[in-house]
Design a protein around this ligand. Structure first.
Ligand code: FAD
Length: 571
């Protein structure tokens, strides 16, 4: 059966804030753009962002302070040229979003309201109640549709066409009926989102299985800084569903079983609004030392009762609903139970400041770009500040769209042929026909539980080495003996979940191998056996490569330093 080949100027995988924004930018400039997305665009995880988007707008704030906070938050691993660009463009990005129709919350003077967020010198997070991401995503998606972007939704991108150092398309199948197609283009951009789903307790949507990362890595291309996974301080106890930092921004207090407001021990100045890695470890430490609360003593309280009903209903209505639904606790009347949850991926597909994907430390892949959470331009370094990633997705989505536009004339179309789909077809066939004793939910549960236990907020050589072995064993079990029961063609979610599990296993190995080799503590990566930052040996980005046998090799790349000099990080 022949496979249709669709030809576009640009193909973008991912319809969250980064993908949809880039697509609109290119289509408005008269280019022919396709967006492939495994979800309906409005179900992308961007729509779950609650708390806000940063920009230095007020008179008390400045772009330089925003840069400083971001670099300090990153534990000095961020590339400072990229930070400067994003912070400088943040106010324009807010005004641009507003002009396109995004309705931000306002203060009494009618100006865009801003709330404090962790690690920030000034209230800087613009918001639309606690539904900031959804407001922005609806706006950008509408405008992309209006410009004429073609969205291929519920299509699963399974492979890139990568030959002779150049990417010239994407291979995908229709989740509805297993129809297959090749999308041939001069330029391809990945905006496939984050990878926290490989942890048991996480705040991410089910779709955040990091497919884009291993699709790229399986071609021998590098992934950068994969060890840096952010653990957010406030996931609902037991399931990790996010209670946004807005809760602490509005004045939430963290309390242990002794009734102590314990952050004064860990961050006496910033208290609950220290950066996320600091607050997460403080919470986990209270629990480990026996001062946890809740039925399993594995949580702490966040108390918002002093804010009063009116403020909670005005600014945190979504959070209140979540706590009632999942815990049966109403934050207006009682404290709610939270603990740290895997939340955000600092690492990803290495790109330069204009979104060009790297082949190695010095070369680039022709025609290939990435933006948003799946990319690593290293704007967040070792730890991202709250409300900087919606900004990253929105700003870099647009910026990389413009960068592709500049490059397009010099890029040539290499015609695709049917054999370009061979790898995907083989993957589908193997997944459908493989027989064995293991099921997808069983292997996925083992992966997620062991990642939370061994590669979580506290790491050691022993735990990480153990986890490398576990992931390698799980990969073997998956490839030899993972079966699925549904063999049909209509909405075969068994098949899709098996393919996604293959990706989760691959990139999890990058996380643990990179973490094992980084013998220091920096930002979100905390090693109990090397509990301080070691700038002499580790002020560098990890670049990891996977070979055909699944073995990882590590290399390192310089950090772009700048005017913000290295300092010890205290809050
Ligand atoms: C609960 C929650 C709350 C958050 N709150 C905030 C906040 O208040 N402020 C902030 O700055 N950040 C926040 N973040 C982080 C921020 O929302 C994300 O980092 C950002 O929105 C990511 O945007 P994106 O466009 O890169 O990816 P996403 O919005 O995740 O989109 C990924 C897209 O890729 C597609 N895709 C993936 N794989 C495939 C495939 N194989 N084939 C086809 N399509 C594929 C998906 O369909 C989707 O369209 C939050 C995150 C979470 C989880």
């Amino acid at each position: 059966m022949s496979i249709p080949i669709h030809t576009y100027d640009v193909v973008i995988v991912g319809a969250g804030l980064a993908g949809s924004t880039a697509a609109r930018e290119l289509e408005k400039a008269g280019k022919n753009v396709a967006v492939i997305t495994k979800l309906h665009p409005l179900r992308s995880h961007s729509g779950a962002a609650q708390g806000g988007i940063n920009a230095a707008l007020s008179d008390e704030d400045s772009i330089e302070l925003h840069e400083f906070d971001t670099v300090k938050g990153s534990d000095y691993l961020a590339d400072q040229d990229v930070v400067e660009l994003m912070c400088k463009e943040a106010p324009k990005t807010i005004r641009w979003a507003e002009r396109m129709g995004a309705a931000f919350s306002r203060n009494k003077d009618g100006k865009i309201a801003q709330r404090p967020f962790g690690g920030q010198s000034s209230p800087r997070a613009c918001y639309a109640k606690d539904r900031t991401g959804l407001t922005l995503l609806q706006t950008v998606y509408e405008q992309a549709l209006r410009a004429g972007v073609k969205f291929w939704d519920e299509w699963y991108a399974a492979d890139i066409i990568y030959k002779d150092g150049k990417v010239s398309g994407v291979v995908a199948f229709n989740i509805r009926n297993m129809e297959k197609a090749i999308f041939n283009a001069k330029a391809v951009m990945f905006a496939t989102g984050g990878y926290a789903r490989s942890f048991k307790i996480n705040s991410n949507a089910h779709a955040n299985t990091g497919d884009g990362l291993s699709i790229v890595a399986r071609h021998g291309l590098p992934l950068e800084d994969m060890e840096f996974v952010q653990f957010h301080p406030s996931g609902l106890s037991g399931n990790g569903v996010l209670i946004s930092e807005a809760a602490r921004g509005e004045g939430g207090k963290l309390i242990n079983s002794k009734g102590e407001r314990f952050m004064d021990k860990y961050a006496p100045n910033k208290m609950e609004l220290a950066s996320r890695d600091v607050v997460s470890r403080a919470i986990m430490n209270e629990i480990r030392e026996g001062r946890g609360v809740g039925p399993r003593k594995d949580a702490v309280y966040i108390d918002l009762t002093h804010l009063g009903k009116d403020l909670i209903m005005e600014r945190l209505p979504e959070l209140r609903d979540l706590a009632i639904t999942f815990l049966g606790l109403d934050m207006i009347h009682e404290p709610i139970l939270i603990s740290a949850t895997a939340h955000y991926s600092m690492g990803g597909i290495p790109v330069d400041i204009d979104g060009h994907a790297r082949k190695n430390n010095s070369e680039f892949v022709e025609g290939f770009y990435a933006a948003g959470e799946t990319s690593c331009s290293s704007v967040h370094g070792a730890n991202r500040l709250g409300a900087n990633s919606v900004l990253e997705a929105l700003f870099f989505g647009r910026h990389v769209g413009q960068s592709i536009l500049k490059d397009l004339d010099s890029l040539t179309l290499r015609e695709a042929d049917e054999s370009d789909a061979d790898t995907m077809i083989k993957e589908i066939e193997t997944t459908l026909t493989r027989n064995g004793k293991y099921t997808v939910p069983e292997l996925r549960e083992k992966l997620q539980q062991s990642m939370t236990d061994n590669a979580g907020a506290f790491r050691t050589e022993e735990l990480l080495a153990k986890q490398v072995k576990i992931v390698k064993d799980l990969r073997k079990q998956f490839h030899k003996g993972c079966r699925i029961d549904d063999k049909s063609k209509i909405f075969n979610t068994d098949l899709q979940e098996a393919i996604e599990l293959g990706h989760m296993l691959d990139y999890s190995l990058f996380i643990v191998e990179s973490a094992l080799a980084r013998k220091e503590s920096r930002g979100a990566h905390f090693r109990e056996d090397f509990d301080t930052r070691d700038d002499k040996n580790f002020l560098k980005h990890t670049m990891a490569y996977m070979d055909e046998d699944g073995e990882i090799t590590l290399d390192y790349m310089d950090v772009t330093l700048g005017k913000h000099e290295l300092k010890e990080r205290t809050y």
